[in-house]
Unconditional design. Sequence first.
Length: 354
Amino acid sequence: MVHAPERPAPGAPPVRINLYSDTQTRPTAAMKAAMMAAEVGDEQYGDDPTVHALCDRMAALLGKEAAMFLPSGTMCNVVALNTHCRNGDEVVAHESAHILTSEGGSHAAIAGVQINPLRGPRGMFDADELRRAIRARSRYAPPQTLLEIEQTANIGGGTVWPVNLLGELTEIAHEQGWSTHMDGARLMNACVAAGIPATEMCAGFDSVWLDFTKGLGAPLGAVLAGSEEFIGRAWRWKQRLGGSMRQAGICAAACLYALDHNIDRLADDHANARALAAGLRQIEGVAVEQPETNLVYFDPSGAGMNAATLQAALRAEGIAVSALGGRLRACTHLDVAAPMIDETLEAIRRLLRS
């Protein structure tokens, strides 16, 4: 089986409105200028000043002692799980968590851990569900060592785990002697939506990372944070996985620019998502999940067209959305302006009438 991504079909129209994912954002001219002006060194050797500036700022933003720069969020998860766990350990996470659905089985293949999938609506579980997952300690059971939370819950609908629930869950985990890890791919979306600072949102977590390639608009990069001891040990896994870089300050500069310019404006993406959901809800037969952040999940089958057919029809008009589990997902971001929402709604109405 070939696993390489497919290239665009010959003759396919260019994408005019890209609601496929917030990973589709392009760096702005100002971000590119910041990248070109970055002071750089050798990140792997430890003398890239722009990387150091980013890591210090991120440690402070997330309320942790130290941080490291990595190429991707998936690598942050792989590094973190390998640092927290040993072969044969068990990680507790939601059944729709990114580490289970979207990372190619890396945690079994590399870390040798198993993941206990918990259930709950909209990508979240509660304290009772977590308590039911606690195993009696014996030689027959895998050692449970880590609780993992994805903020926001992507497949759950871009939902925000409430900070009081996070506190409950991390307290239970720590009482069991487990470590705690937050997949913070869209953490700042959650913070903006909830009006809560990142330090409070991830206070109970031993490790947390933030992705810069989604709503924050950088071309690559994520930062993993934790205690000095944790980050010190994590560097071995960064090295093993090829995450140690050279003149990475060029990329770190894009992330610093994003911190300065692209956090508060996430509220605009959330407003556009609500507007899209409201418009879709007015189309008879379309089932829509109310968005909490920048992800809008909807099912057009009640209007006489399945998700895959509508996705293809939209793509033929230069509008890209993604499909997950029989639903369509539209993701708003800094490259999607309010008029594009209106144009997308008009296209969907017309296609469903045809």
